[in-house]
Design a protein around this ligand. Structure first.
Ligand code: NAI
Length: 289
């Protein structure tokens, strides 16, 4: 299968690695040339590390990498059978992108979004053929995280969700079918996880390190909420919180916090920018994930 991926940031690069490893031919597109180059390098580094650990052979690294084509041209997508979008979490930007995608792909090409929080129906509504549209929501980092949410919209044709579930399963992932509601399963449950942690901090009940420690050591979570928010990025995480809050008709259970909003506004996105709740500047000791 030929799979096109749009957006080569944290998610797009990870998804490209997953599907290339599963044997598909991959076209990875980004409007930012530097981001595209970084994605190619990070995929290569990840694969080389797997080879060093003996998990795959160096021949496999070469053959997986050879399946990957980096491109800035949507025209490279004409023969794609599936397109997965992983660009900025903004409804109108995603809608505009799919209008352009539909002009180049064949009528049989399946269209998918990796959105964390936007309604699949609202993105599908921008398409000429909304019945071929679906959500395929990976988790970060995509090559490591097993779970993938598969989300049909009201417009999605019958049977497509099951087809995609089987396809995702063939990528050695654990797909779960979910309904097109704000945050789906995981991001809905995750909002109060982050929100309450920030409230505990704001109310002076405990500091960040203590809350992170309690959740990892006592709660069994892989990362505490502050470490995890810094890992995801406040640009992504704040937007998701705002979008889930709005989509639930301003239900106060999902209300975003000013503490995170200010980090987002300041450009303190977390690990990716060198500063978030914690500092990742040279010399600082960032928390172990
Ligand atoms: P990112 O900021 O790391 O990467 C986004 C990439 O898209 C950038 O390289 C940017 O240059 C590119 N881009 C933006 N607009 C574009 C356009 N019109 N055409 C082509 N390329 C464009 O973002 P990230 O974290 O990879 O997130 C991408 C999507 O995946 C978002 O919808 C986000 O909500 C979702 N997501 C994010 C997760 C996370 O933990 N970061 C987890 C699951 C989903």
């Amino acid at each position: 299968m030929i799979i096109g991926i749009i957006g080569s940031g944290a998610m797009g690069a990870g998804i490209a690695q997953v599907v290339a490893t599963a044997g598909h031919t991959v076209r990875l597109l980004d409007q930012n040339a530097a981001a595209l180059q970084r994605a190619g390098q990070s995929i290569r580094t990840n694969l080389d590390k797997l080879a060093e650990k003996g998990k795959i052979t160096s021949e496999a690294v070469d053959s997986i990498f050879a399946k990957l084509q980096l491109t800035a041209e949507l025209h490279a997508f004409t023969d794609c059978e599936l397109v997965i979008e992983a660009i900025v979490e903004d409804l109108s930007v995603k809608q505009q992108l799919f209008r352009e995608v539909e002009l180049v792909v064949s009528p049989d090409c399946i269209l998918a979004t990796n959105t964390s929080s936007l309604s699949i129906a609202s993105i599908a509504a921008a398409c000429q053929q909304p019945e071929r549209f679906i959500g395929i929501h990976f988790f970060n980092p995509a090559p490591i995280m097993q779970l993938v949410e598969v989300i049909p919209a009201v417009q999605t044709r019958p049977g497509l969700a099951e087809e995609i579930r089987d396809l995702v399963q063939s990528w050695s992932k654990l797909p779960v079918l979910t309904k097109d509601t704000p945050g789906f399963i995981v991001n809905r449950v995750a909002r109060p996880f982050y929100g309450e942690a920030i409230r505990i901090l704001e109310e002076g009940i405990a500091d960040m390190a203590t809350i992170d420690w309690a959740l990892t050591e006592l709660g069994g979570f892989r990362m505490g909420p502050f470490t995890l928010m810094d890992f995801i990025g406040h640009d992504v995480n704040y937007r998701v919180t705002e979008s889930v809050f709005t989509a639930f008709f301003y239900d106060p259970r999902f209300k975003p916090s000013f503490t995170q909003k200010r980090l987002f506004e300041a450009g303190y996105y977390g690990r990716k920018s060198g500063r978030g709740f914690y500092s990742y500047a040279p010399g600082a000791v960032p928390p172990e994930p």
